[in-house]
Design a protein around this ligand. Structure first.
Ligand code: SAM
Length: 294
């Protein structure tokens, strides 16, 4: 395999097709073979795996995935890249290229069609402008998933891994940790990309939990509470939650729930663990049911 992942080979392809980068699509192509090999290694893909790649670009990482996995499905939004991909990946018969927006495509159906509904692995150098909707969409849409190994902005990788009491802790940390075990595998310098991004990058692996680490009666409500808590980060939970119109929680119920949990009345969301958010949600569900009976 002649790797596209060198500056020289990437520039040759770009020139051949007269391709111009589209900033709006977060196009920063990997041009470092060492990093590409490392991503394949930490993703743990095997010849049995069906891999979903989001944003294949000119097919640089796709080559490595095709060599190491059973099947690769690559979803690319930019129509200008499709003829390039058909050329650079022409020698692989285990790659499907789909010209779609990853936020609109039915990934569950793809997993069903390409892998009989069995778990897939996601490996990608993500377009950074939509990292959160991509990750949350993968988890929330019920796609059978084993792991997600992705390049993201360094700060976003940190946000996914931190716990309560840190400034980066928020809705993304809690959501990711509810669904998966996150682990930062390596940091990657801007010089490994063409063009160079103006932020640092990191490869993070999210290994899907077999069983959720907490049990909660109404998952949707817990996430609505989490989002409302961090939307108004500087507010106390009592004020933040009772002000959130969509939750319709009486202030007194929130105050009583926190008291029952042994938390101070002025506590903020950033101090609560995932287990505490689950407990708070369950108490508020109970209270709502009691209020209905009255
Ligand atoms: N995988 C290539 C690499 O590592 O060199 C390119 C990675 S580049 C950071 C992100 C890629 O995602 C680009 O090819 C871009 O066109 C594509 N992309 C951006 N938004 C997308 C979307 N909504 N759906 C699918 N692909 C998208």
């Amino acid at each position: 395999m002649v790797s596209l992942g060198t500056p020289g080979n990437t520039v040759d392809i770009l020139k051949k097709y007269n391709f111009s980068f589209q900033k709006k699509y977060g196009q920063n192509f990997l041009v470092d073979t060492h990093i590409l090999e490392k991503i394949i290694e930490v993703s743990g893909i095997t010849k049995q795996d069906c891999v979903l790649e989001i944003g294949p670009g000119i097919g640089t990482m796709t080559q490595y995935l095709a060599e190491n996995a059973h099947q690769v499905v690559a979803v690319e939004i930019d129509r200008a890249l499709i003829p390039i991909l058909r050329d650079t990946l022409s020698s692989y018969h285990n790659v499907d290229i789909i010209n779609e927006d990853i936020l609109k495509v039915d990934i569950k159906r793809i997993a069903e069609e390409k892998n009989g509904g069995n778990s897939i692995k996601v490996v990608a150098n993500l377009p950074y402008y939509i990292t959160t909707p991509i990750i949350m969409g993968l988890f929330e849409s019920g796609v059978p998933l084993e792991s997600i190994t992705v390049m993201v902005q360094k700060e976003v990788a940190e946000r996914m891994t931190v716990g309560p009491g840190t400034k980066d802790y928020g809705a993304l940390s809690l959501a990711v940790q509810y669904y998966a075990e996150p682990k930062v595998m390596m940091h990657v310098s801007p010089s490994c990309f063409l063009p160079k991004p103006n932020v640092g990058s990191a490869v993070i692996r999210l290994t899907r939990h077999k069983d959720a680490p907490v049990r909660v009666r109404e998952e949707g409500q817990m996430f609505a509470i989490i989002r409302a808590s961090f939307n108004q980060r500087r507010k106390t939970l009592v004020n933040g939650l009772s002000n959130a119109a969509q939750l319709r929680l009486p202030k007194q119920d929130v105050a009583e729930a926190l008291e029952r949990m042994g938390l101070p009345p002025a506590v903020r969301g950033e101090a609560l663990t995932l287990a505490q958010f689950a407990e708070l949600s369950d108490i508020l569900t109970e209270k709502r049911q009691e209020n209905r009976k009255i």
